[in-house]
Design a protein around this ligand. Sequence first.
Ligand code: GDD
Ligand code: MN
Length: 377
Amino acid sequence: MLQLSIIIPTYCEAENLTVLIPRINAALSDASLEAEIIVVDDNSPDETIPVCKSLAEKFPLKLITRENERGLSTAVIAGLNAAAGEILLVMDADLSHPPEKIPELVSALNQPHTDFVIGSRYVEGGSTDQSWGWFRKWNSRVATWLSRPFTSARDPLAGFFAVKRHTYLKARNILNPIGYKIGLELIVKCRCQNVVEIPIEFTDRMAGTSKLSFKEQLHYLKHLKRLFDFKYQNYAYFVQFALIGLTGVFVNLQMLALLSIWLISPVAVALAIWTSMSTNFLLNRNITFSYAKHQPFWKQYLSYCGSCLTGAVFNWLTTIVLSRSILFFEKRILLAAFIGILVGMGFNFLLCRYLVFSKHKPAAETPATEKELRHTK
Ligand code: GDD
Ligand code: MN
């Protein structure tokens, strides 16, 4: 089997590829590595496609052109799926990642227990470009810090990494990334325990412009939520459900303060409860249980109201039983009420998770169909 596949996603990188591919080839020859280079291009309007075709005459390069899809992560997955190598290495086309480091990444991955290797900016000896201003540095650091619950790697958002084929195959059918952070997606979904980081000097792109937009940064937050749900499952749903419950308390009190100006209190209290229940419903439908967002709205809303009512009944029952039958709670009604709230919320959560928002969408989405992949060469 072929030792190595190098996957390079591209969008308008003609100028950079003419420099990168010969440099990769030189690095491979020096280390006697046998490899294929797979460029996955999203039908770039510049010269990327003709440039690849002419490079393919001289170097072991395969071009995959996707005509109906755009996006870095899905492009990388298309490349990984088409790769024949034992080791799968991904890097950018813009010369930000030094190709001379490829052999070092490969040999690190060849160590018995290593299952993922990163060309890292944030370990000793690694660096980012000198020209980065404070905002870019800060932005990158915050994004990296947000990935902390998933991995102890210092630079899991890097686009320069390598993984063994059999590790990748474990997660191939459950990948569901959006945006740019395919490396993090792989670390989490392949359940990589042993991530090794090789320091690299990251330099800003040689030519062209970055495609990392503000929209991609928002996608990253969405991606983090998906990974959070994947890794922590019901704990993750419960945390989101509880936080949204907390926002409901504020909505309720705010509405009550406002409505009390015009309405008598029984009506104002009822309307405040109804409003907060509804905002909680919308937030839970769109965030916590977003996998069930496509189900009929009104049916879901009514069953949600039923679930809240059930929760309230359990809350009431617990509080009454505790404060009436246990001496300790007789004098501590607020503590009994607090326990009642927890019990009610627990019931409400279980009903929501398994009844109101019941169906769990499958985690996998086929990244690219065969039809969309047109191989040249
Ligand atoms: N096929 C395809 N489709 N390739 C794309 C697309 C796309 O929609 N968008 C970007 N690319 C390619 C670029 O051509 C380049 O080779 C690589 O993906 C990285 O894109 P850049 O636009 O250069 O991204 P960046 O430099 O801002 O982001 C880099 O650093 C991030 C961390 O700071 C990348 O390495 C990211 O992966 C990394 O997360
Ligand atoms: Mn770049």
